[in-house]
Design a protein around this ligand. Structure first.
Ligand code: 5AD
Ligand code: SF4
Length: 493
């Protein structure tokens, strides 16, 4: 697939739709409140992008709401990475159509937009197939949302497709964050990918690798912490390929960026980064795990397969042994580091023996948790035209791998029973009086405590272990707000 196929910008007037009045204030700033519903699919980068879309639209009177019912604008921020992504989007559009029609019957307008990677990959096709969609845009053009809305709401009934990879930097045009992200925040530092793994759409939908300057990242991190975030996860499709301009104008790698943030953003208690490529785990980044106390002892480092032949066919640019050595080096630097990975089973041509090599690698390494997927042909990617492994075989391999990964996750969780660890509480639990946080190793930890502890890092003893989470009790005498957490807990019980 040619990345250029996706770099065209269209401003097409496909079909006329019912043309309603221009919504007040779009294009210029307005205080008239308009309801904005964004549905986010896929990865953390999309979660971050959705928050930034809301930031872009906030000065134009758009306020996020939890339901598409009655919304003035609905954005589907889509993901194209795996199976049936486009079909899921068309089904969702089908569910939204009656809501849009209801609103039109009341003489009001719902602007329906498809953004994200399906928008980028499908472009105009979305409007051809679903004429109730007003706008299609990709991940690199959402800073232009206000002007796209103006075009989409013209009396001419223009449909708008903007899937360009613009020369201007999206981040230079985004406003400051309008709303706090909470205890744990995402910060995009790198976008796009030049690796071209043969199964993956990301290089086509997100474009070429780009890194934000250290100063811009530091400013955003400082604002996030000032707004109440204690933990920041640096995001990038290939985050450890980060090569942003440093404060000395030299190019800095991710290890140096992490040091800089840890030292220059007071109040930043925890740092994480995702997603990384094994080829880009350089010495400075490995040493950062040893040397930066704020950098959490957890790393998501996808390997995809344990077979060298499959890794070559995937164009992964590393073999199984190099991956194993990287893990050894990480464990030498920080013995407690917990590891996570992505796996694809049933890549075209994968034999039983090659799949067994994946099982062996998983057995040897021992993961704290992992994600595993059946290979799904992505249109336009090189592997999609190779001869495919049958569905039944894929199902069997996935079940075998997931059983092993689940056992490893349970074993890892059990190894923490009785341990005392700092937990960052970031959300209320499902049950009355319960709050939930993250251990340093990314495990969910549930405790009984009042909601005012949310936002604090508090020492907990792990008193119960489930497959996917831990149960804890609070130990620390004082929370960061100076409150006595033990008293707080008793007061609640
Ligand atoms: N089929 C199955 N899994 C895929 N992934 C990416 N593309 C595909 C595909 N075509 C998985 C990889 C990647 C994760 C984000 O999604 O494991 O690391
Ligand atoms: Fe896709 Fe990751 Fe490979 Fe880039 S490195 S092509 S994002 S799987």
């Amino acid at each position: 697939m040619d990345r250029g196929k996706f770099s065209t910008s269209y401003g097409c007037a496909v079909d006329k739709v019912v043309t309603l009045s221009h919504p007040a204030g779009v294009g210029g700033k307005s205080t008239a409140v308009k309801r904005l519903y964004i549905k986010t699919y896929g990865c953390q980068m999309n979660v971050y992008d959705s928050a930034r879309m809301a930031d872009v639209l906030a000065p134009h009177g758009y306020v996020p709401v939890d339901s598409p019912d009655g919304a003035d604008m609905v954005i589907l921020n889509t993901c194209h990475i795996r199976e049936k992504a486009a079909e899921k989007v068309y089904s969702e559009i089908g569910r939204l159509r009656p809501l849009k029609e209801d609103k039109a019957a009341r003489g009001e307008r719902m602007i329906l937009a498809v953004g994200g990677c399906v928008g980028q990959a499908e472009g105009e096709e979305i409007i051809v197939r679903a004429d109730c969609v007003d706008m299609v845009f990709g991940p690199q053009t959402y800073h232009r949302l206000p002007e796209l809305i103006v075009r989409a709401t013209r009396a001419t009934g223009e449909k708008v497709v903007d899937t360009e990879f613009p020369t201007e930097d999206k981040f230079d045009h985004l406003p400051e964050e309008a709303r706090p992200q909470g205890a744990s925040a995402f910060l995009s530092v790198q976008e796009g990918c030049d690796k071209f793994c043969t199964f993956c759409v990301v290089p086509y939908t997100r474009g070429a690798e780009q890194s934000r300057p250290v100063a811009a990242v530091t400013e955003e991190a400082t604002r996030l912490v000032a707004a109440g975030s204690s933990e920041i996860t640096l995001l990038g499709q290939n985050v450890n390929a980060y090569h942003g301009v440093g404060t000395d104008t030299a190019e800095w790698g991710l290890g140096r960026l992490l040091h800089h943030l840890a030292e220059n953003v007071p109040g930043l208690k925890r740092l994480r980064y995702t997603t990384s490529h094994p080829r880009d785990m350089d010495d400075a980044l490995i040493a950062a795990h040893r040397d930066i106390p704020q950098l959490m002892p957890y790393l998501h480092l996808p390997v995809q397969s344990g077979s060298d032949r499959i890794l070559t066919a995937m164009n992964r640019r590393h073999d199984a042994d190099t991956y194993r050595r990287t893990i050894d080096r990480l464990r030498e630097a920080l013995p407690e580091i917990a590891l996570s990975s992505d796996f694809i089973v049933g890549f075209p041509g994968e034999t039983d023996r090659e799949f067994a090599e994946t099982i062996r690698l998983v057995t040897d390494i021992g993961y704290a948790q992992a994600y595993s997927f059946k290979y799904s042909p992505r249109p336009g990617t090189p592997a999609a035209v190779e001869s495919q492994v049958g569905e039944t075989v894929k199902d069997e391999r996935l079940a075998t791998l997931q059983q092993l990964l689940r056992a490893q996750q349970t074993a890892f969780n059990r190894s923490k029973e009785g341990a005392v660890m700092p937990v960052l509480f970031d959300r209320p639990g499902r049950y009355e009086g319960q709050i939930v946080g993250r251990s340093p190793y990314m495990q969910s930890v549930h405790v009984t405590a009042p909601e005012r502890i949310i936002g604090s890092v508090v020492d907990c003893r792990i008193i119960g272990v489930h497959n996917n989470s831990l149960r804890g009790e609070i130990l620390t005498a004082t929370t960061e707000s100076g409150e006595n957490a033990a008293t707080v807990e008793r007061a609640c019980a």
